[in-house]
Design a protein around this ligand. Sequence first.
Ligand SMILES: O=C(O)CCC(=O)C(=O)O
Length: 264
Amino acid sequence: MESAIEPNSTGPALTEAQLDAFRRDGLVVLPERFSRAEVDGFNAALAELMGDDVAANIREKSSGAVRTAMGLHQRHPVFHRLVNDPRFLEPARQILGDVPVYAQQVKVNVKEAFVGEQWQWHHDFATHHHEDGVPEPLALNLHIFLDEVTEFNGPLMFVRGSHLAGPARASLDTTTTSYDLWTVGADVVGQLAEQGGLVCPKGPAGTMLVFGDSIVHGSPPNMSPWPRRIFSLIVNPLDNRQTTMRRADHYHHRDFTPLGERLG
Ligand SMILES: O=C(O)CCC(=O)C(=O)O
């Protein structure tokens, strides 16, 4: 793929080339970070939660299918263990420095076959800042593909390097999909993409993806016959934590216990 994919390293740590890719492009793709057996375990745990009639299972406007299942580390021990996995925490430490981080948001974005809706162009910091009062764009979004992600099943697209000039102008979109989001307008996306182009990470289940809080990204609907599930952990340094507690806990958790200290 494009330059954001760098050869895998053997342990949880990122290589220098992978760190360079993250700083330059705003994201890095890490192939084969989780095994097929581990992914099967995550999908089995998710299946137990998908039928729950709770606010943390956010549904598609038209189909009623679950779009995002949130608060997962509080709902299943498999995800409680996962948010403390060194394959997440070591890259976070390398990027953010030796600072304690908390689990800001823990979810699976489920794009069901045929019905999964789009995610508008946005960067995560706009929502974190405007809704939750997060001061700086330091949070990291750590993904694991739970299905093979292809060009067909609604893959994420990133505007490469769109973080470099600072967070892009954004406004609140409450109508386009079932998920209210601070989005980036077509004019801004066009200008940024002119400079950096688009990157569309694809790969088998078990692939990991790391991206920063201010890189612009989005994804098209899933018209294919195949689901596209992606686990997402957002970590944020404790001293950059939310200052406004307006949203429900599953959108932005208020347990500021540092990750890596809560196993057991
Ligand atoms: O799952 C997707 O397609 C989009 C997810 C996303 O934009 C995010 O996690 O910020």
